[in-house]
Design a protein around this ligand. Structure first.
Ligand SMILES: N[C@@H](CCC(=O)N[C@@H](CS)C(=O)NCC(=O)O)C(=O)O
Length: 260
């Protein structure tokens, strides 16, 4: 589809609306992408069967299908539902929640509009702000900037601990009894947080500072819908090391991989 000469995520072969729910679901992704992980967890929670189409990790050469279905960003994840391509992990999570509602499927987002708005607000905070500090801990070469990133990661976690306490009413997840939107958005970064902890030799998720998030993280990571698709830590650690150290090619070549 083209709007004023700009290509948009496309309908590959449009089908009538009433057939869409029964159509095949495919995920274009890589094993190492935490944004892809979000989509796989969401599909598991909603009990939607899907086919995982793996791009080359590192995405040196992108498939025709990826380029065609996400012409704007050319990034994974892409969810293909029948003839519809949906891009951007947060958009995909909302699509999954709204497109698969039959039977006794769980909801990812709260039903109350204000609670839903809050979940979306904190998801944006996590992606737009907190994640960049987490990346800073791993990639930043300047000592002061790195220290600042560490401080901000910790401050962000304390803020999210408060959000968790307000959201849950003593239930295990941000979404209540079952994993939801905000659980998936924050939970998908827990592996990277562990990498940052190993590099810096610190505990960001600390039982003294964020006790509730520590327990939440354990529940999240042990849940079958998560555990079965979460990359193995050692493999993921080596992957991040390779990317930061320049082995992945491209823009990271001058960075130095340093453990403390
Ligand atoms: N904001 C996007 C980020 C997706 C993203 O950064 N995907 C990476 C893999 S983790 C990618 O496809 N990179 C390929 C590229 O940048 O060309 C989302 O939430 O889906």
């Amino acid at each position: 589809m083209t709007i004023k000469g700009i290509e948009t995520p496309c309908q590959l072969n449009p089908k009538p609306k009433e057939m869409e729910n029964r159509e095949e679901v495919k995920v274009l992704g890589t094993w190492s992408s935490l944004f892809v992980l979000r989509v796989r967890i969401a599909l598991n929670v909603k009990q939607v069967k899907y086919e995982f189409l793996e791009e080359v990790a590192g995405l040196h050469s992108k498939s025709e299908l990826l380029l065609k279905s996400n012409p704007v960003y050319k990034k994974v994840p892409v969810l293909i539902h029948g003839s519809n391509a949906v891009c951007e992990s947060l958009v995909i999570l909302r699509y999954i929640d709204e497109a698969f509602v039959d039977g006794d499927r769980l909801s990812l987002l709260p039903s109350d509009p204000y609670d839903r708005a809050l979940a979306c607000f904190w998801a944006c905070y996590i992606d737009d702000k907190w994640f960049s500090f987490l990346i800073g801990v791993i990639r930043e070469q300047n000592k002061e900037a790195k220290e600042e990133s560490m401080k901000q990661v910790q401050t962000g976690l304390q803020l999210l601990e408060e959000v968790y306490c307000k959201c849950t009413n003593g239930k295990p997840f941000f979404n209540g009894e079952s994993i939801g939107y905000l659980d998936i958005v924050l939970g998908s970064y827990m592996l990277l947080l562990k990498v940052a902890e190993k590099i810096k030799n610190v505990k960001f998720l600390d039982g003294n500072k964020t006790p509730k998030l520590v327990t939440w993280n354990q529940c999240f990571c042990l849940n079958d819908d998560v555990k079965n698709v979460m990359p193995q830590f050692d493999e993921f650690f080596e992957y991040v090391k390779m990317r930061v150290g320049g082995g992945g090619g491209g823009e990271n070549k001058k960075l130095v991989w340093k453990m403390e």
